[in-house]
Write a protein that binds this ligand. Structure first.
Ligand code: ADE
Length: 252
């Protein structure tokens, strides 16, 4: 049995730089235009990296984590745009299923079906999901995440209450910035909670290599006409703080 080594992946520098600062015995390896930071968090070996945006970037990065760094599990942490009307900026989503919303090989295959895998949805393993629900549920219940923000920031983001929700995440190589895009997605995939650009690609690689994974996303915007401004503000002010606390709790 391998030693535990957890890969921690984000898509952007802001999603991981706080996590990198948690590392003990930190070392850096640069390969393929990525910087992989190795070290320990809570005495567990980890490798932390940001992939850059999109399915190709994240799939190649997670493949490198698996093949070169021999990670035994993967945590993806980052931000997403809300698709469900019940979600607000700051809510945390844990994926129980992931779908590539731009995968479309019709008429040869069903819409969203991953060629040769015969699947449209991928499901993270239950034990990692349960652990994430338990840890993040506690952080949300005692407001530890919200309390990382100044009162001014709580006001700017209207972030006084926060939910953790488990459900479907859709990924694709598109940034959503209009209600029309949201409506079109919901018409095709009615259960989607939020949208981002990497999770389902990472899930596919982890599934194919049999590496357990969990995808955690905080809502940075509501994927509408305001999303560019909201996304930039949230990423620069909040994403890193939440990421650090979530990882500190999850890695054990
Ligand atoms: N990640 C965060 N917000 C997003 C959006 N609106 N569209 C796609 N990915 C996102």
């Amino acid at each position: 049995m391998n030693e535990k080594r957890i890969g921690i992946l984000g898509a952007m520098p802001e999603e991981i730089h706080g996590i990198v600062s948690l590392l003990k015995d930190k070392k850096e390896v640069v390969k393929g235009m990525r910087t992989y930071y190795t070290g320990t968090i809570n005495d567990v070996e980890v490798v932390v990296v940001f992939s850059r945006w999109g399915k190709v970037a994240s799939a190649t990065t997670v493949t490198h984590l698996i093949v070169e760094f021999k990670i035994t599990q993967l945590i993806f942490t980052g931000v997403a745009g809300a698709i469900s009307r019940d979600l607000n900026i700051g809510d945390v989503i844990i994926a129980s299923s992931l779908v590539q919303h731009d995968m479309d090989a019709r008429p040869i295959m069903d819409r969203f079906e991953i060629p040769l895998l015969g699947k449209t949805m991928l499901f993270p393993p239950k034990d990692l999901l349960d652990n994430a629900m338990d840890c993040i549920g506690k952080l949300v219940a005692d407001k530890s995440l919200i309390h990382l923000l100044s009162l001014k920031q709580q006001e700017v983001f209207s972030l006084y209450e926060q939910k953790v929700v488990v459900g479907q995440i859709a990924s694709g190589d598109q940034f959503f910035s209009s209600n029309l895009q949201k409506e079109n997605l919901l018409a095709a995939l009615s259960d989607v909670l939020c949208v981002e650009m990497e999770g389902a690609a990472v899930a596919q690689v982890c599934f194919e290599y049999d590496v357990p994974y969990v995808v955690i996303r905080t809502i940075s915007d509501i994927a509408n006409e305001d999303s560019v401004v909201d996304f930039k503000e949230f990423v620069s002010q909040v994403a890193s703080k939440f990421g650090v606390e979530i990882i500190r709790k999850l890695v054990k």
